[in-house]
Structures are given as structure tokens and as C-alpha cells.
Design a protein around this ligand. Structure first.
Ligand code: DO4
Ligand code: MG
Length: 294
């Protein structure tokens, strides 16, 4: 069972529940967190309350909806180097492929404390169908397909979402202190297309993440991984994020990338990125190149 927001008309972004058969039922709440709070008030799980609305006539089929972000996440945070694939890619970009010593990427992969960084705010996060941007001062940019956790202010995992932690490999590779510039710029974070309710997931480590990139209608990259390849536990990542920190309801924590395109690959203007997570759906975004102002 998934929660979406779709455009009912120009003015209305409607919250709705989607059944496993892809039928859409409107929910009478303004946003995802109001819905969660109502379930808490009634002493029910979010899943149980959602199910109550699926006995009416569906309003639509999922594939006919125009989706927006399923929630306005006040903040998006991200964990890094949580999969072997990411550690190896980081080592490559930091050493021009000439790795001959243990790096801080090796160290953080094995350390007790994970890497967690600030990624985005609601205003700079885009949703399904919206453009993600390419920085004008980077020549090596990739999407990072990641499982996102939707959490409340106490760090409870409410649901799962797909996220794209757009990254500049050349900027990060030049110097790790450039990480914020390699990770944060306008439209550099995308989330969606739906929130898969945590109550509806037996084992999140069984989820799969697939990334596809299309260029002029041709698929130029496809890669896939399992969440069970994650070096850490999901709750472990959340516990480090919330420790001595103020976190807001509806925060999203991206859990690190597990699929990396080949080292010679960089995104181009006009590419289409698809990130599919089993049970969540496919987050699709076109890519737009930003041009340096003279
Ligand atoms: O260490 C830099 C960032 C790593 C990252 O974003 C990831 O592994 O997904
Ligand atoms: Mg990442």
C-alpha cells in the first residue's frame, strides 16, 4: 500500500492511497504527516487507516495520475559509502584510479560511525517528472539511486521512498572538503514517486533498486542492487541522524548509493533518469544542463 500526491487540477495536489492493484483512492487529509497524525490519534496503524479508504470506488488508475512529491520533506539528509559499490567508486574518483593506500572512504565504510550529510530542503527538492539540474562547473555527474526513509521527529521509519542524490564526481574527487558543492545545488535532489508504508513491508532488505538512464530514447545504462547489500542497518543510520539533533516530521534520509554507472559515464542535457524501487515505483526525471552566466 502506497501513498501519493497527484494533481487533481491546477490548484489541487491530492493525497491518495494506491492499492497493490494500482487503484487510487483519495484521502481527506492535506498532507502525509496529517494522515500519520490522524492514525496515531485514532490508535491505528497508518496502513489500517489507509485500508479504510479503499472500500469506496477508486477515483483513478495509478498510471493515469500526474504525480507530485508525495510529501514536502522539510529536510533531506543522506548517508554515504554504505555499499561496497559506492566505496569503490569514491576511491576511483579520489585517486584517478591509481589507488595504492587505504583512503578515508575505506575507513568510513568500516567505521562504527557512518557518513551522514545534509542534502536538501523542501524548496530545493523536486518530484516525479520535474527536471534535475547539472552543475555548470562539473564535467562528471551521475545520479545516485537510493532508498529513502521517511521518518518522524523521533526517528520512527514511516515509509520508504526512492531518492536521487545527484553528484559531481570530479568536484568530490578533487577534494572531499568540496562535498557540499558536489552534492547540493538547485534541483540536485529528487524524491518520489510514492511512499511505501513501512507497516506494509515485511522485510525492507528484500527491496531492490534499479537505475536506468535513457539518451535520445536509447537506454545507455542500467544497473540493479539489493538493499541487503547495505553494510549497515536502516535503524543504525537513523540513530546517528537523530542523535543530539533536531529532526522534523517527514524528514527523508537517503541511505546511500548501490548502483554507479561506469567511470567513463557522465549525464547529458536531455537524459532521462529512472530509479525504480520494488514496491515503491519508478521515479523518473529529465536532466537539464545549467549554463554558466557570463
Ligand atoms: O562520500 C561521499 C558521498 C557518498 C554518497 O553519497 C553515497 O555513497 O551515496
Ligand atoms: Mg549518495
Amino acid at each position: 500500500m502506497r501513498i501519493i500526491r497527484y494533481k487533481k487540477n491546477e490548484a489541487t495536489h491530492q493525497l491518495a492511497v494506491v492499492t497493490n492493484e494500482s487503484f487510487v483512492f483519495d484521502l481527506p487529509y492535506p498532507d502525509f504527516m496529517s494522515f500519520v497524525h490522524e492514525a496515531e490519534k485514532q490508535g491505528k496503524t497508518v496502513l489500517a487507516l489507509a485500508q479504510e479508504f479503499t472500500i469506496n470506488e477508486p477515483v483513478e488508475k495509478y498510471e493515469n495520475t500526474i504525480l507530485t512529491t508525495p510529501l514536502d520533506a522539510p529536510e533531506v539528509w543522506a548517508a554515504g559509502v554504505t555499499y561496497e559499490k559506492s566505496r569503490d567508486a569514491r576511491n576511483y574518483e579520489a585517486t584517478d584510479g591509481k589507488l595504492d593506500a587505504t583512503t578515508f572512504y575505506d575507513k568510513v565504510y568500516d567505521a562504527e560511525r557512518p557518513e551522514i550529510f545534509f542534502k536538501s530542503t523542501a524548496a530545493r527538492t523536486v518530484g516525479p517528472g520535474q527536471e534535475v539540474y547539472l552543475r555548470s562547473d562539473s564535467n562528471w555527474q551521475i545520479p545516485e539511486p537510493e532508498l529513502g526513509l521517511v521518518i518522524n521527529k523521533d526517528g520512527k521509519i514511516l515509509g520508504f521512498i526512492a531518492g536521487n542524490d545527484m553528484s559531481c564526481r570530479d568536484i568530490e574527487g578533487e577534494n572531499p572538503l568540496y562535498l557540499p558543492q558536489a552534492k547540493m545545488w538547485k534541483n540536485s535532489c529528487s524524491i518520489g514517486p510514492a511512499i511505501l508504508l513501512a507497516d506494509a513491508v515485511e522485510d525492507p532488505y528484500e527491496l531492490t533498486i534499479t537505475c536506468r538512464i535513457f539518451r535520445q530514447d536509447e537506454k545507455v545504462f542500467e544497473g540493479m542492487a539489493y538493499v541487503n547489500q547495505l553494510k549497515r542497518k536502516l535503524d543504525e543510520l537513523v540513530s546517528y541522524l537523530v542523535l543530539d539533533n533536531e529532526i522534523y516530521d517527514g524528514t527523508v534520509l537517503l541511505t546511500g548509493t548501490c548502483v554507479v554507472p561506469p567511470n567513463e559515464f557522465t549525464l547529458n542535457d536531455g537524459d532521462i533518469i529512472e530509479i525504480e524501487i520494488s514496491g515503491v515505483g519508478t521515479l523518473r526525471n529529465p536532466v537539464k544542463q545549467l549554463v554558466k552566466k557570463e
